[in-house]
Design a protein around this ligand. Sequence first.
Ligand SMILES: Cc1cc2nc3c(=O)[nH]c(=O)nc-3n(C[C@H](O)[C@H](O)[C@H](O)COP(=O)(O)OP(=O)(O)OC[C@H]3O[C@@H](n4cnc5c(N)ncnc54)[C@H](O)[C@@H]3O)c2cc1C
Length: 376
Amino acid sequence: MHTETKILIIGGGLAGLTAALHLNKMGLIVTLIEKDTYPQHKVCGEYISNEVIPYFKWLGLDIESLAPTFISDLLFTSNLGKSIQTKLPLGGFGLSRYTIDHYLYTELIRRKVSIVHDRVVEINFTNNQFTAVTPNNTFVATYIIGAYGKRSAVDIKLNRSFINKQSPYLAVKAHYKADFPNNLVSLHNFEGGYCGVSKVENDRVNICYLASYERFKKHKNLLAFQENILYKNKYLKNIFENATSLFDAPLTISQISFERKEPVHNHILMIGDTAGLIHPLCGNGMAMAIHAAKIASELLHQRIEGHISSREALEKSYIAHWNREFKSRLKMGRILSSLLRNTKSESLAINVMIKIPFLLNIIIKQTHGKPITISS
Ligand SMILES: Cc1cc2nc3c(=O)[nH]c(=O)nc-3n(C[C@H](O)[C@H](O)[C@H](O)COP(=O)(O)OP(=O)(O)OC[C@H]3O[C@@H](n4cnc5c(N)ncnc54)[C@H](O)[C@@H]3O)c2cc1C
């Protein structure tokens, strides 16, 4: 089969779904390809920064109808039993990916946007147009937005440099029944990783951790790893011992990379994790994915309306906007993660933060953006 479309979005996570909603609102013809079905649980801490609220309102989305929890405070604990709590400058909300991705998807269906469930295996660009190949179809498009997440076989075909570098992290997530304050997100450091805990809708507690794969390998299974390593942090031990899992087994993903990526590759505008994953410790990968979707959609709209003169100018402008908005946040995320990987520097950093608490607020501000404003 052969399908033609003006704009093709590859991947229907938060970035791709948001871009499809935005472009549809602008009256543009768009097709989104997603390999999975909805709803699905995803490995994610599910704390979403309030940065996205004005933009979601502009897109006509009613997040409050999904009954998220409202989160205003951050607790940070160290492996050595120290803790620090602060107000989050902007705050956020807790909502599962199961619910929010499905909601955005149903909104797209309601707005009659074309969604194809298929897996893109290859993308080519020749004679000023793209072809995206799936096992069942070939899509021809003038523009492609890459929103296919952290890593995909497509990256290997595109020969992206990050894909050949080692990705030493494992992530684990499940929902639990547990006693936990609605307004709190807590981050707990352990040897070689950190664990986030916060509430989502329906009184469920999300416990999600990122660990060094090397350290995990030394243990028999997840339970043994948790008991031997995570429980050394007394706060985590207490949380796990008083929580009952609502999943048959936790979800896991590996090969998580925080390497630098390019926001434009082979003329594809990359958004969300496809353009770069911020360390989840910073808690705003989703807001960044949603924000990148907005930037790419606005610029594509301007290009199609003739306000941007060429494809080259579009790509240059996207790279400039992307760098301005996200480059330093990603860098700060990388610095933080390397600090906290090492027990000695972690203990030093946390002691300094406990003595000078406003430092934590500075770090939060450095890794978060401002509420996303709408210009068009
Ligand atoms: C452990 C961990 C905890 C995190 N916690 C938080 C948090 O609390 N708060 C926060 O803001 N961020 C958090 N993040 C980051 C956040 O999860 C991501 O930044 C966010 O999911 C990015 O969305 P996305 O749409 O770019 O990617 P995704 O949500 O991964 O979506 C990509 C989509 O593309 C589809 N796809 C992939 N390949 C193909 C293909 N070839 N063809 C078609 N479809 C394809 C996938 O099925 C998927 O639906 C966390 C990340 C990790 C690893």
